[in-house]
Design a protein around this ligand. Structure first.
Ligand code: HEC
Length: 470
């Protein structure tokens, strides 16, 4: 195989070779060279009028020369890039020809300044202005090709947008607060597409000739026709592509972008089964219990979601007295009053009174760190009343299975640390009572490896950290 083959043939018809694509992808980097050289040349042409800089006059053609050569390379690589992508044809046409114009104008500048040609009527300033104008306009169109034509002015004030013939900024759709008001396309399907697909499937960059920015465009389909078949996910190309193995060539999204979550896939599948409605309330389309729950959770509306509730400002007297007992309190969120209470750094003894006081903040405290605090089994009765706890650290304390029995009410608990404690088989009883538990720390406890193996088998989603004592 000779070099020419390597460059031009990929073996696959109609697809440029990998090497050309590789060069093409350097285009966005290379384009900055002519911009730099040519703007510098312009600047130097301006300043050589001053006596101080006059000696530079005889060298400016070098800058024009460099600018022109690099513009040629940028045009060439840009051409390679255009072979590989589906770009908006109209924008691409003008971007390409203006790029060639930059090259030609700068080449003319090179000869004019090298040979010191005389130009009639303001010839030189006009020529230089043309170079500068074409550089900026080519760059602008290039930006549109990669980011979409709305990118530059997306966040511009409406006055500026209107000047450019664009409508006012879209008012974002209000967040759904009750499931009954969720629109099937606007609140479920469209946000998924916006987040995961439209960066490649929009009006300017229509990969596979598919535009996913609106229902109407989605319905138009892509280069292979319709992408969703009403009522039949399994023959819908869109569904097929999001459910393929991630390594498959056809998998969407491509280029290693994060795949859709299982919930998102389930929502899209359901939507196709329901004949791809363009609008209408989700709850009025007869979703079954499972689907309702899934969507409710997906939209963050589930009532059980502790963190979506607003809690009150903590009582100042309670806070002060906890601080005096040696607790450190941290607010965990900017817009809510959930707290972390930490006793692990205190030098005082933890006593009953302090734990009783803690109860005064039972709505607010979601993280509690009592590691190495001298806490005993009997104290856990009070800890077990703090029903909003999500994270509980009881490590390095002399507690045992008897104490654990008090924790079964902690229905929000996601993480419990029992490092260096005396707990053992009591866990087998506790864990099924904690439906949200995701992490369990057991190193250097009295639990044996057989019990851990059993738990791991029974609760595959529970992450257990367990290292036996050496
Ligand atoms: C990183 C860019 C990129 C992203 C993100 C992306 N796609 Fe694509 N998509 C492509 C390319 C490139 C093609 C054309 C090549 C092909 O057919 O595999 C394509 C083609 C398709 C096609 C086939 C169109 C046809 O008729 O041939 C479908 C359907 C599709 N994409 C769906 C999606 C969906 C759904 C998402 C979001 C989950 C998505 N894509 C995200 C790049 C992307």
């Amino acid at each position: 195989m000779n070099l020419f083959d390597v460059l031009l043939n990929s073996g696959v018809a109609e697809r440029p070779s990998d090497f050309l694509i590789f060069l093409g992808r350097i285009h966005p980097l290379v384009v900055h060279l002519p911009i730099g050289f040519l703007l510098l040349a312009t600047l130097v042409e301006l300043v050589v009028r001053k006596p101080k800089f006059r000696p530079l006059k005889n060298y400016t053609h070098y800058l024009w020369g460099l600018g022109s050569i690099s513009a040629f390379v940028a045009v060439l690589f840009g051409y390679f890039l255009s072979l590989s992508g589906d770009y908006n044809e109209n924008t691409l046409f003008w971007h390409k020809w203006l790029g060639i114009a930059v090259f030609l104008f700068s080449l003319v500048c090179y000869f004019v300044y090298k040979k010191q040609w005389k130009l009639p009527f303001y010839g030189r300033p006009i020529l230089i202005s043309l170079v500068v104008f074409t550089i900026f306009y080519t760059g602008h169109l290039g930006g549109n090709l990669t980011h979409g034509s709305t990118y530059l002015l997306e966040y511009a004030p409406n006055v500026v947008r209107n000047l450019a013939g664009m409508p006012d900024k879209a008012v974002p759709r209000e967040k759904v607060t009750v499931l009954d008001s969720a629109d099937v396309y606007l609140d479920l399907i469209s946000p998924i597409m916006d987040r995961r697909c439209v960066s490649c499937h929009n009006d300017d960059k229509k990969k596979g000739d598919l535009d996913l920015t609106s229902y109407a465009n989605l319905a138009l389909g892509g280069e292979n026709g319709e992408v969703v078949v009403p009522g039949d996910p399994n023959t819908s190309d869109l569904y097929r592509r999001i459910t393929l193995p991630e390594t498959h060539d056809d998998f969407m999204p491509t280029e290693g972008k994060p795949p859709l979550s299982d919930d998102e896939v389930a929502i899209i599948s359901w939507w196709i089964q329901k004949n791809v409605p363009a609008e209408g309330y989700f709850t009025e389309m007869g979703p079954d219990e499972k689907m309702r729950d899934l969507v409710e959770k997906y939209l963050g509306l589930d009532k059980n979601n502790l963190l979506s509730q607003q809690v009150e400002v903590p009582n100042k007297a309670v806070v002060d007295s906890l601080l005096s007992y040696g607790f450190i309190l941290n607010q965990l969120m900017m817009d809510n009053h959930f707290l972390e209470a930490n006793f692990s750094l205190s030098e005082q003894e933890l006593n009953d009174q302090a734990l009783k006081t803690l109860f005064g903040l039972k709505d607010q405290i979601i993280w509690l760190n009592l590691s190495n605090s001298g806490i005993k089994n009997t104290h856990l009765e009070q800890v077990g009343q703090l029903e909003n706890l999500i994270k509980l650290n009881l490590g390095s304390n002399t507690i045992s299975d008897d104490g654990l029995a008090h924790l079964s009410q902690l229905q929000n608990l996601e993480s419990i640390n029992l490092y260096k404690t005396g707990v053992s088989d009591g866990l087998v009883w506790l864990i099924p009572k904690l439906p949200n538990l995701k992490r369990l720390y057991l190193s250097e406890s009295k639990v044996d490896s057989a019990t851990v193996a059993q738990l791991r088998k029974e609760y595959p989603d529970l992450k257990i950290v367990f290292e036996e004592k050496p």
